[in-house]
Design a protein around this ligand. Structure first.
Ligand code: PLP
Length: 388
């Protein structure tokens, strides 16, 4: 587990590196890719070994008998999150964007409202709108430079046509680990407005000191309206296997979701199952080391941003995605993005894609080799040196 090991991902069909030029105009030979949320690290050896064993076996037929896979998921949730999952409650989807889409199909009708606390992971809104449902943006408040929810405002916003709320916990892009009290308030909000609560906890393993609480532990009273989403893919950097878990404890909700799984012919990819099982059974030490390394990178990003007048990175408790506000530079969006892309040669996500409240932000993925990161931060400092 050497996170400093240089890895050239160019021309490997890596979305992160091979799409930075077409999408952001940044030459990968000169620059650093800091957009889409995958890391430039190899996964735990156990994961690569599982794939090699599978490849060597040489026959790639249908997967069956998934008891060990389910037990690996339950073991991880129990060990790492103190959350007792019944293996029979787990569905496997083609990742969690797919999981979100299947939830929207199952629990809402065209025209219904789906509540998001924005800014938030952009694919939620894309999926909701594409399914002809309405995105209801409840804007996060900024208190002391970090995101908090304002339920009085959200209560006033509801008109009764909302059927679902999707929570991102921990929060991408703000890096918040929601407190138990905040989670209880989200649960109470879902109850007050009779909403299905989908809790996307894909970032739950990537925390820095703060303790993430799984929604069923914070608010057991809402089991009858709760859908949990987790995955091994962010944690272990295996997003290409497109495997996610939708976990539903309530029998009625589970039966409805099972119907959608059948109606859409959704069944899992065997490579993803092997990788997930290996990661969850053998990845504890690797994740602990990863979080330490990411924490070091986080400090470098925060220190860099703190030294540039007018630029503010939001304090982070989780994820490897730094949410940086350029509002106080007084520059237009094209002025500061040009500096980031054309002078610092960094490809970073544009904030407005995350919804209301994200307009003046860029999101920087710092899960890369330290040397690469330091180079990028030096170029960024230089690109804004006239402000200092
Ligand atoms: C909150 C959240 N959910 C889901 C995903 C993507 O999930 P998947 O690759 O499993 O579709 C991401 C990726 O960044 C994410 O941040």
């Amino acid at each position: 587990m050497n996170f400093d090991k240089p890895i050239n991902r160019l021309n490997t069909h890596s979305a992160k590196w091979d799409m930075m030029k077409p999408l952001y105009g940044v030459d990968p030979e000169k620059g650093t890719s800091m957009w889409v949320a995958d890391m430039d690290f190899e996964p735990p050896v156990a994961v690569s070994d599982a794939l090699k064993t599978m490849a060597d076996q040489g026959v790639y037929g249908y997967y069956g008998n998934d008891g060990d896979y389910r037990n690996a998921i339950c073991g991880w949730m129990d060990r790492r999150h103190g959350w007792n999952v019944n293996p029979a409650h787990i569905f496997t989807t083609h990742g969690l964007v797919n999981g979100t889409a299947l939830c929207v199909q199952t629990f809402t009708e065209p025209g219904d409202g789906v509540v998001l606390f924005t800014p938030v992971y952009h694919a939620f809104a894309r999926v909701i709108s594409a399914a002809n449902r309405r995105v209801v943006e409840c804007k996060l408040a900024q208190n002391d430079g970090r995101y908090e929810m304002d339920f009085d405002a959200y209560d006033a916003q509801m008109d009764g046509s909302e059927k679902m709320v999707i929570l991102c916990s921990p929060h991408n892009p703000g890096g918040r680990v929601w407190t138990v009290d905040e989670l209880k308030q989200v649960a109470a909000f879902a109850q007050r407005h009779d909403l299905i609560l989908v809790s996307d906890e894909i970032h739950h393993d990537l925390t820095f000191g703060a303790k993430h609480t799984a929604m069923p532990l914070a608010a057991p009273e809402i089991t009858d309206r709760l859908v949990m989403m987790t995955a091994s893919t962010k944690t272990f950097n295996i997003a290409g296997c497109h495997t996610g878990n939708v976990i539903i404890a309530d029998e009625k909700l589970r039966a409805k979701f099972a119907t959608t799984i059948n109606a859409t012919g959704t069944s899992a990819n065997s490579f993803g199952l092997y990788m997930t099982q290996a990661a969850y059974n053998h990845g504890d030490e690797w994740v602990d080391a990863l979080c330490d390394y990411l924490d070091g990178n986080r400090k470098i990003v925060d220190d860099t941003m703190a030294k540039i007048p007018g630029i503010k990175s939001m304090p982070m408790e989780a994820t490897y995605l730094s949410w940086v506000d350029f509002a106080d530079t007084g520059m237009t969006k094209s002025e500061y993005t040009d500096r980031v892309q054309k002078q610092a040669y960094i490809a970073a996500n544009h904030g407005e894609t995350f919804g209301a409240g994200g307009e003046t932000f860029l999101r920087f993925n710092f899960a890369t080799q330290r040397e690469q990161l330091v180079g990028a931060m030096e170029r960024l400092t230089e690109a804004f040196s006239d402000l200092q």
